[in-house]
Design a protein. Structure first.
Length: 351
């Protein structure tokens, strides 16, 4: 079996590292890795390939940045050329980025089956580009790998039940694997200049970075919190902050870090504040309370017992959430048993 795996952004590199390790160990499967270049700088791309031991991409389209239409169009053209050359048995796409959508569209138009890892997520907010990418990808995919029973329910309600399999979450597999690696040599993954006690924050979604009022409200909330806040910032967001926001004295901006450093930062943080879907889950898996800087979450499983608090960008709600009690109840087992990758490979082989 020949599989073309399409990746392009940080969350996809992490999922692909976990699943590719299983796929490439199977003697009957040949994987071709196609990197769209959606995330392309050192701290957002190359570092993940190095530290997660992801094989060098067989193809790198170097699509770069641009508007959604411009970027997706460049990817669509490049992916189609690769698929015509390689003629895989199946195309594997991950998550909800423009790379996901471009990979699914290119394959489906060439009548190459599409498998979607992390299918069925819904925020029910179509103002989010990611929501459009999810919906379209699920509609044209042939295999839908759902990470939670909530995602399974969404797909069944949309008439896609026959293509759907509950696999558990590949990110849970990843956290279990790499947490053990970090615990063996924890000092290797420390980030220089980090205080002993801190909150970890990330902000990257367009609904916050491109909305000046939301951004200013978030940093107003940060200024009211008498705790050190560590904020790894993507270069694009750093420029927006420089132009639009006065950073409070308690916010320490650092460059983006690799995945293993980010896990270590999360493990050592008191709480996490983020608009990232991936970090919401990682905080949950690592037993850290999360404050979500959005008005909804796709990961409703994390909301029980205040493990995840949806605060939006309201300064009062953010401040209240930061000073709320830590969860008293244990986490639930909503994300599978840590063998999502094995289940996905089994389904691919049967297909």
């Amino acid at each position: 079996m020949k599989i073309v795996s399409v990746v392009g952004a940080r969350p996809q590199f992490i999922k692909a590292a976990t699943l590719s390790r299983i796929i490439r160990a199977h003697p009957q499967v040949h994987e071709i890795l196609l990197h769209t270049g959606q995330h392309y700088d050192e701290n957002m791309s190359e570092v993940f390939f190095r530290e997660l031991c992801i094989p060098e991409p067989d193809y790198n389209l170097e699509a770069g940045s641009g508007s959604h239409g411009e970027q997706t169009g460049r990817m669509l053209k490049g992916i189609e050329e690769v698929l015509l050359k390689e003629r895989p048995d199946i195309t594997l796409v991950y998550g909800d980025t423009n790379s996901t959508l471009a990979g699914a569209l290119a394959a489906s138009k060439l009548h190459i089956p599409v498998a979607h890892v992390e299918a069925g997520l819904r925020s029910f907010n179509r103002a989010m580009p990611e929501e459009i990418n999810r919906i379209v990808t699920d509609r044209i995919a042939d295999l839908l790998f759902a990470p939670t029973q909530t995602a399974v329910g969404n797909l069944f309600r949309e008439g896609l039940g026959e293509m759907t399999t509950f696999t558990g979450d590949v990110m849970y597999d990843s956290i279990l694997f790499y947490r053990e690696q970090i615990m063996r040599t924890p000092e290797k993954y420390l980030t220089a200049g980090i205080p002993d006690h801190y909150l970890l924050a990330t902000i990257h979604r367009a609904e916050n970075t491109d909305n000046l009022k939301n951004l200013q409200n978030i940093f107003l909330a940060f200024s009211r919190i008498s705790k050190e806040i560590v904020l790894p910032v993507h270069p694009r967001t750093r420029k927006i902050l420089h132009d639009s926001v006065t950073l409070p004295a308690n916010v320490r901006v650092i460059a983006p870090v690799g995945y293993l450093q980010m896990i270590r930062l999360t493990m050592d943080a008191a709480k996490v504040l983020t608009d990232s879907g991936g970090l919401q889950k990682e905080a949950y898996f690592l037993e850290k309370q999360c404050i979500t800087l959005r008005t909804e979450t796709e990961w409703v499983e994390t909301l029980h017992d205040n493990w995840n608090i949806v605060a939006g960008t309201d300064p009062g709600l953010i401040e209240k959430a930061v000073f709320s009690d830590l969860p008293a109840a244990p986490r639930q087992t909503s994300f599978g048993d840590g063998n999502a990758s094995g289940t996905i490979l089994e389904k691919l082989l049967r297909f």
